[in-house]
Design a protein around this ligand. Sequence first.
Ligand code: TXE
Length: 474
Amino acid sequence: MITIKNYINGELVDPANGNYLDNYNPADETVYSLIPNSSEEDLERTILSAKKAFPAWSQLSIDKRSRYLIKVADLIEANLDKLAEAESLDNGKPVSLARKVDIPRAAANFRFFASAIVNESTQAHIMEGVAINYTRRAPLGVVACISPWNLPLYLLTWKIAPALATGNCVIAKPSEVTPYTAFLLSELFIEAGIPAGVLNIIHGKGAEIGQKLVEHKEIKAISFTGGTSTGRIIGTEAAKQFKKVSLELGGKNPVLIFDDCDLEKAVETTVKSSFTNQGEICLCGSRIFIQEAIYEDFRSRFVEKVKNLRVGDPKTEVDLGPLVSEAHLRKVEMYVNEAIAQGGKVLTGGGRLGQAGYFFEPTVIEGLDEYCVINQEEVFGPVVTLVPFKEEQDAVKKANATVYGLAAVIWSQDVQRAHRVAHQIESGIVWVNCWMLRDLRTPFGGMKESGVGREGGSDALHFFTETQNVCIKL
Ligand code: TXE
């Protein structure tokens, strides 16, 4: 049994109250580790430790801060196998995926922001013969980074890296469903010699210790990724104290397949955009809209490929592992049953697989319009729907018929059409003839109920700093 600890003031410590929560292996439903069920006493210790570390860390030269972050990136890379296995054990994703995507990206997050601060410049506004204005960016102080369970280390580091790079001290709250790689990251921070208190990681329940963290008056900003309903609670709390807040929330992403697309590529990539990480990525396409002329052709090729996906033990060569938790399995089952009750026809999949472990079949449903429950609410699992459309405006209308607006995919060989449609889609990210192609400099985030603000590149550097203009009379 592994006992996960909090990381406070440079040390791995037990929760003050001695209480722990069970942590499950989703592949076999056994409890394999214990997580601190932290209390306000632990939170106060993290706040004190971060406040104490802030003056020295924020005044350290950019070059030195950058070198510290590069050390962390190097250590993540050196521990690739261990971290990938831990991520798979905790979350259920195939080890091969964690090794290829999650862990390399966690290292890339540190490397990217270590380099971004060295290359960042600020503005000057010259009033000829009168005055010079220059803009500086100052770190905020102690900030909170709250991350979800679907890409545990990848998304935690996506927040921590820019926050630390810009000179803030961080209190991170990983998901209680997948705390393991955050714990291993704290060990790497100790090994890298990062000054005590610069990063603190507190484990425990979102609605309890997470909520207390958000409410704490010493927290100057909150960067959150998770469900839309939690985002609403956090946004409301942040507004009361005028805290800066960045919210990356759910999605109900449309994939638009036009009849002039490269069908083979569209089918192949849409299988990935539907089922990678068991469909538990906020960027996964879950509503597939297909132009009428190619609907049947797309459907038969797509369903055939989906039937060939391998679901099973994530330690072996599979395409999908189990869903993250029993509660999540129940939620996915509920949505599929609801879709069937509303008249949906299951083309493949549709249910739980096996007796032990939270495995769910890759599922394709047709026969429902864009307004039914499964096309409105985020399922966040291996379930997609197929819906035909007539022409461009019909596709745009159907794609936008949701409260979400995170990502969209357009498949078409017509460049003019791709631009025209992209500009009408209400989503923060549009991919044309590709999916999940990420340049860390680009703005990342959603419109409508998919979030507030953007992460990535200079947006993240700006979020974690306060802008000050200094005007000097000549
Ligand atoms: O996320 P929560 P859950 C969606 C997906 C999923 C649903 C619920 O549809 O089924 O959200 O997932 C912490 N104050 N996404 O319940 O609760 C919590 O401890 C402060 C989309 O697991 O939003 C965890 O660290 N913190 C998504 C984090 O918030 C709180 C990724 C996210 O948990 C808190 C995951 C509170 N009151 C789920 N309540 C995406 N956008 O990628 C919870 N937390």
